[in-house]
Each structure stands twice: as C-alpha cells, then as structure tokens.
Design a protein around this ligand. Structure first.
Ligand code: FAD
Ligand code: UDP
Length: 365
C-alpha cells in the first residue's frame, strides 16, 4: 500500500491533519502513534472506578479563534464547563488569577480596582526592559505576591526559577482588576461532552485513515511508502539530536480514588508552597460527571519522562532555530505541534497551526 501521507503522532496536530487530508482531500493516511492510545497529552479514559480522568493532567479547551472552535465542534458537543482555579497560599485558599477577591482574602480588607492599582503601584518593581518571567510579575505586582504565587510553583513545575524562563511563561496568567474568577477569559471554552478521546475517535474514523498504535515512526519510516510526512514528535529526535538535546519538561502524576463525592472546591487547586506537588486536579468538576466516588490527581514537575513542555529559554530557542533550519530544507516533510515546533502552544493554537498546514498542502499540492 502506498499512503499519500504518513503522520507521526496521534495527538491534536496529528488527528486534525489526518481528518483533513482524508475527509478534505480524499487522501490515504497512515497515522502512527508511539504510545498505546490516541489523543496525545489530551487523552482521557474511564478509570477502574468508572470515573472519567485525563491521563496527563487537566485539559480544558479554550479559544477566541472562532474558525478553530467551529472546526472542533464538528466532532463534539461541549459540556459548558468554565475553568476556575484556586491556589493554596499561606493558610488561605484564594482565587487565581489574582483578582480583587484574592487581594481581599489575603490582606483582610476590601479592594476596589483603584485601590488595587494603588496597592500595586507601591509594590511593583520598575523594570525598563522585561527580560524574563520574573520581570513580568514583579513589575506588575511586586516581590511579595511574586514569591507567594509564582516563585516556588515555577521552580517545582519547570525545575527553573522564573528569572531563567522567557516572559511568555508567566504572561499566560493575567492580573485582574475585577472579580472575574475564570482562569481563561476566552469566549469559547469547555470539555468535550463525552470526553476528548471519543472526540478524537470521531475525528479519525474515516476508512482512509489507518491507525497504528504502539508504533514508533522509526519502525515504519523505511518499510512503508508514503508521499508526504507530517511529524508531530520532538524535533530534535527527528534529527537524531545532531546539535544536542532540546530539553522538554515532563510531569509525573499520582492518581487516587476517594470514597467521597467531592474532595475540593474547584477542578484545580494550585500549591505554590512547600509541598512537592504543584497542583491537585479533581476531574469531576471538569467532566460534570455524577458519581459517589471521586478521582484526584497530584501533579509533579519531572526532568525525565514523556515530553510535555518545550522549555522557553533563550539558549533553547537558539538551539531550536538550528533544527528548524534543517527542517526547512526538507521537501514534503512538515513539522507541526507543540513538540515539533518547540513552542508552548495551547490546544487551540495547535489546531490553528494544523489547519493552516492543511491549507498550505491543499493549495500548493
Ligand atoms: P502531543 O499531544 O504531545 O502529541 C504528539 C504525539 O506524538 C504523542 O502522542 C506522542 O506519543 C507521539 N509521538 C512522538 N514521537 C513519536 C514517534 N517517533 N513515533 C510515533 N509517535 C510519536 N492546552 C490547552 O489548550 N488547555 C489546557 O487546559 C491544557 N492543559 C495542559 C495541561 C498539561 C499538564 C499539559 C502538559 C499540557 C496542557 N495543554 C493544554 C497543552 C496541550 O496538551 C497541547 O497543546 C496539545 O496536546 C499538543 O498537541 P500535539 O499534537 O502538538 O502534541
Ligand atoms: N504559574 C505560577 N503559579 C501558579 C500558576 C502559574 O507560578 O499558581 C506560572 C508557572 O510558571 C506556569 C505559568 O505561570 O508555567 C503559566 O501558567 P499556566 O496555568 O498557563 O500553565 P499551564 O499549566 O497551562 O502550562
């Protein structure tokens, strides 16, 4: 069999492209996935207790990109969940992102938006050129809140302090001057009504898509014939680490099922303090599942394991440029997704990139 396209990786990037090439262009696609499941980092499943859980930590789809939302909504209905996060700081549980309620709970007095601005004006550290993820925070809210919310959490998650990471890392979390308790302010957000994995299954259901799980790209690269390659794995691995390894941060997860209906007041509670875990997720909040038990997940930063995050530092960006230059020289080989583009992309951004690549293939042939 000659395939029009070999796609490496059945996460968001791989599934969207398989769907588009098969259903949009009638192409024959071979989709290979190294692990034993589809969905990549967004994979979910029903655990031994009948509870839907997300294997690699909490995933909420959120976007302001209407075409992306409309595209994904062809494969799923949404459960209407709006993501909210709490943080355990000092001895209080407070709202994150930091808003007026957060300040009131921490400092035990009322705050208007003007009072919050004045409060920060006294504390913020003037920084002319924002150069790292610490600068972003201390230049807005000062050292004390930086230490309470960001310093340890970031060290635990990334193995690096914020001053060693790019500004984009902490810019992801806004500082609010209202009482909006949502984690994301994107107008479209939610979790697929019957889960991410069933959504991916519908996406790649075409008979023109052959899926092989537990299959590494290397084992088919020379034995299968294909006209084009779309690669969504780590870019340095594709090039056999010629220029050295690009670090990818990993995570470790510890699941527990408890004999209670509810464990905590939000889907995610962050722990920026001394605990060794960074956050606890209780999936029932996200999935809206009714069940007498509940499964929770402790999450830890890890140096080794499945690659989860590209690590945004200047040195890594420069190293990645070398790999990207190599990628640009290849014909009919495309690199797309969080690992292949070595960018800290949310799911909607990965879908956007995948749809853009599809358009490129469709128009250029
Ligand atoms: P991946 O999901 O990593 O898929 C790549 C696939 O390629 C993997 O399945 C891998 O096994 C496979 N692969 C790699 N190499 C090979 C090979 N040689 N042969 C075969 N297969 C291979 N985004 C959001 O928008 N909202 C969230 O709430 C959110 N929460 C997150 C929470 C955590 C803990 C993490 C880590 C990420 C979160 N994200 C979230 C980001 C989201 O997971 C990614 O944007 C998205 O899953 C990336 O999709 P992808 O297809 O690029 O990569
Ligand atoms: N962050 C933090 N404390 C928190 C939440 C986030 O220090 O309680 C920092 C941390 O560096 C993290 C970044 O802000 O990597 C972005 O947070 P976000 O929740 O967007 O990260 P995600 O888990 O989605 O990658």
């Amino acid at each position: 069999m000659v395939y029009d396209c070999l796609i490496v990786g059945a996460g968001w990037a791989g599934c969207v492209l398989a769907e588009r090439l098969a259903n949009g262009l009638g192409q024959k696609v071979l989709l290979v996935e190294r692990s034993n499941h589809i969905g990549g980092n967004a994979h979910d499943f029903v655990d031994a207790h009948g509870l839907v859980v997300q294997k690699y930590g909490p995933h909420i789809f959120h976007t302001r990109l209407r075409p992306v939302w409309d595209y994904v909504s062809r494969f799923t209905d949404w459960n209407g969940y709006v993501h909210r996060v709490l943080a355990q700081v000092a001895d209080r549980v407070v709202c994150l992102p930091i808003n007026l309620d957060t300040l009131e709970r921490l400092y035990g007095r009322p705050f208007t938006a003007e009072q919050a601005r004045a409060f920060y004006a006294e504390r913020r550290v003037p920084i002319e050129r924002i150069e790292n993820a610490r600068d972003v925070v201390v230049s807005q809210i000062g050292q004390e809140l930086y230490e309470l919310f960001y310093e340890n959490y970031t060290k635990k998650l990334w193995g690096l302090y914020p001053h060693d990471l790019a500004p984009q890392v902490t810019r992801r979390v806004p500082i609010r001057f209202d009482r909006d308790t949502r984690y994301f302010d994107d107008p479209c957000q939610g979790v697929p009504k019957d889960g991410f994995t069933p959504m991916f299954e519908r996406m790649i259901a075409s008979p023109d898509i052959t899926v092989r799980l537990g299959t590494d790209y290397r084992s088919v690269a020379t034995s299968e014939r294909f006209g084009r390659l779309i690669y969504t794995g780590p870019i340095d691995e594709y090039f056999d680490y010629t220029y050295g390894r690009l670090p990818y941060r990993s995570l470790a997860f510890r699941f527990e099922t408890l004999d209670v209906e509810r464990f905590q007041d939000a889907a995610v509670v962050n722990y920026p303090g001394e605990q060794d875990y960074i956050r606890i997720t209780e999936f029932k909040h996200l999935t809206l599942q009714k069940h007498p038990k509940t499964t929770i997940c402790y999450e830890y930063g890890a140096a080794e394991g499945r690659p989860c995050y590209p690590v945004p530092t200047e040195a890594n960006r420069r190293l990645c440029e070398r790999y990207k230059a190599g990628a640009d020289e290849l014909e009919r080989v495309h690199f797309v997704g969080r690992l292949a583009q070595y960018e800290y992309l949310n799911m909607d951004q990965v879908v956007e990139r995948a749809l853009a690549l599809y358009e490129e293939i469709r128009t250029d042939g």
